[in-house]
Design a protein around this ligand. Structure first.
Ligand code: URA
Length: 228
């Protein structure tokens, strides 16, 4: 794996901090100072940070079915944190890749691998997120086309990227979007004169929700690799 990834896996450093340490000449591999963050290192190499031997730990990749009235931050606030549902060691090292609002339910991906989560949420990755949406008013006929063409959200300059809408019933739809702007789904429906009553995320990329509400499981190697 790359040296910067190895440093992230073996210390509490973020990727930027790891790069900075590498650029500052603080990393050595098998006795030689390495200044290139992309240098490949192996588990059995002797990697040292300021002389201190590093040992890579395994990252964790988790799927959680988020209940309503929970928040995606690490600490309880007005609502309890989703991390109360995940009984693993050192939960404070984990973060959510693509947060949901407190009242939104469904699929949440949790990890301590910052590079992996960045790959999921960075807008240029165009990772599909599928939401089941309950609406206050029957869906208007032109909404699918308007979402496909892009919507002007209040306070934003860029149209939303093309989104696809599947109508299940007049007040229930499946919406697939490939970005993750603030309150995006609720704002998209507000922009077309409707209102979201319930919001549930069913899928991120190729990973679908398959555990009961409040339950979690580790992702398989295939699922972890599916964002590459
Ligand atoms: N869009 C929203 O408006 N809320 C969410 O929780 C997720 C997407």
């Amino acid at each position: 794996m790359r040296l910067d990834k190895f440093v992230c896996k073996s210390t509490a450093l973020t990727r930027n901090e790891a790069t900075r340490a590498i650029n500052a000449g603080e990393l050595s591999v098998n006795g030689s100072v390495i200044l290139d963050a992309a240098t490949q290192v192996h588990e059995n190499n002797s990697v040292r940070l300021n002389g201190l031997m590093l040992k890579a730990r395994d990252f964790r990749y988790i799927l959680l079915h988020k209940p309503a009235a929970t928040i995606c931050s690490n600490v309880d606030e007005v609502y309890p944190s989703v991390f109360n549902h995940i009984d693993v060691e050192n939960p404070s090292e984990l973060h959510v890749a693509g947060r949901l609002d407190a009242d939104t339910t469904g699929l949440v991906l949790v990890t301590d691998d910052g590079r992996w989560s960045f790959d999921i949420i960075r807008p240029t990755r165009r990772c599909e997120k599928v939401y089941r949406v309950g609406l206050t008013y029957p869906i208007a006929e032109d909404v699918a086309l308007r979402f496909k063409q892009g919507i002007q959200l209040q306070g934003e300059t860029q149209l939303t990227l093309p989104a696809s809408l599947e109508v299940i019933s007049p007040r229930e739809v499946l919406l697939t979007i490939t970005e993750g702007r603030f309150h995006q789904v609720k704002r998209m429906f507000a922009a077309v004169g409707n209102r979201v009553l319930s919001l549930h995320r069913e899928r991120i990329g190729q990973i679908s929700l398959d555990v009961a509400v409040g339950q979690w499981r580790y992702l398989s190697a295939d699922e972890i690799g599916s964002f590459e």
